[in-house]
Ligand binder design. Structure first.
Ligand SMILES: Nc1nc2c([nH]c(=O)n2[C@H]2C[C@H](O)[C@@H](COP(=O)(O)OP(=O)(O)OP(=O)(O)O)O2)c(=O)[nH]1
Length: 133
């Protein structure tokens, strides 16, 4: 049976643009775009995991807002349960540590990137929103 992987992703918004991050070439889903974040560890809430991951991956502090989407996607390596939240940067500027690139895009340009499949429902929801604040 495939393993279930519980993952949180941060939809970080600043100046009406969304932070998109590209996975490294040696990772699972190589070079796909995603929302920064990662796996929820035992005993952590989704919010705790997201704050920890953004701090570790991008050296920033975030404030977490509303939940955007929850999707379940079966990859060959496991079943990813991805929950995404709107987030705001409260300290620091995102740094590249694990990712190979980042881009800030308005919602109507998000679909120009090659997203991890689990992210596509959230990307579509964001693209439907006329304004993001
Ligand atoms: N962080 C993040 N992960 C995502 C997204 N969409 C998506 O399918 N994933 C997948 C990729 C990974 O398999 C898993 C997240 O785990 P991670 O970020 O802690 O994993 P990782 O790449 O460091 O480690 P690994 O999977 O290579 O073992 O969820 C997303 O938007 N953000």
């Amino acid at each position: 049976m495939k393993k279930n992987i519980h993952v949180v992703g941060a939809i970080i918004i600043e100046d009406n643009k969304i932070l998109c991050a590209q996975r490294g070439p040696d990772k699972s889903l190589p070079l796909k775009w995603e929302f920064p974040g990662g796996k929820i560890e035992d005993g952590e809430s989704a919010e705790e995991a997201l704050k920890r991951e953004i701090n570790e991956e991008m050296n920033c502090e975030i404030e977490i807002g509303e939940k955007v989407d929850h999707t379940v996607y079966e990859y060959d390596f496991g079943i990813v349960h991805l929950t995404t939240f709107i987030c705001k940067l409260i300290e620091g500027k995102p740094e590249l540590t694990e990712h190979v690139a980042i881009k800030w895009l308005p919602t109507n340009e998000l679909s120009s990137l090659d997203w991890a499949p689990a992210d596509i429902p959230a990307v579509e929801k964001l693209a439907e929103a006329i304004h993001v604040k």
